[in-house]
Design a protein around this ligand. Structure first.
Ligand code: GRF
Length: 197
């Protein structure tokens, strides 16, 4: 059984895709042991609650120092003891200690075809704004392992999505989520879970 922790900051639609994949059996041999968010208002925490998954808000705002926040995050992860950590829109700079402790056990979903439109500052709608500004005809999403860099770890899966005439960043973001993110992230988790055993 692959025990996973999903780290979130926002709406949690990727978390929902994982929850739905596990219940539908398209993600095999996997259990979500916890959801961690830095944002108390994240709807993703509601989704966890609705599915009886332990949810935890660990926000830098609630700690005296960054070091205290980092320690709280590491303590929670140690308590949950995941085999895999899934970053699904987690807008937090990860402690170096976390990357070292869980080396090759952290994956991230990025809403572009890396190496395009990625790196520092490229998250959320900005990714799609830049893709539209550049005039690319194809974009997509990437699932990759997390290393010390930003969006630089080994690529696991990518899926292309067409950019259509008249797309706004919001419309393009939704298409990339529906046609790519919600497909390749569950697929990556299932593959890792099946490799496990
Ligand atoms: C997704 O667009 C993902 O690509 C990016 O952050 C967003 C998270 O959305 N990393 P949600 O919280 O899963 O709905």
């Amino acid at each position: 059984m692959l025990n996973i922790v999903v780290c979130v900051s926002g709406g949690g639609t990727n978390l929902q895709a994982i929850i739905d994949g596990i219940s539908a059996g398209t993600i095999r041999n996997t259990r979500i042991v916890g959801v961690i968010s830095n944002n108390a208002g994240a709807y993703a925490l509601k989704r966890a609650e609705q599915n009886d998954i332990p949810g935890f808000c660990i926000s830098p705002k609630n700690y005296e120092s960054r070091a205290d926040f980092n320690q709280a995050l590491m303590d929670k992860l140690a308590q949950l003891n995941p085999d895999l950590i899934v970053l699904a829109g987690f807008l937090v700079i990860l402690p170096q200690q976390m990357i070292a402790t869980y080396r090759d056990k952290i994956i991230n979903i990025h809403p572009s075809l890396i190496p395009s439109f990625c790196g520092t500052g490229y998250y959320g709608l900005k990714v799609h704004e830049e893709a539209l500004k550049r005039g690319v005809k194809v974009t997509g999403a990437t699932v990759h392992y997390v290393d010390e860099g930003t969006d630089t770890g080994k690529i696991i899966f990518q899926k292309a999505v067409e950019v259509l005439e008249g797309d706004t960043p919001e419309v393009l973001q939704k298409r990339v989520m529906e046609q790519a993110e919600w497909i390749i992230l569950p697929k990556a988790i299932d593959e890792i879970a099946m490799k496990e055993n």
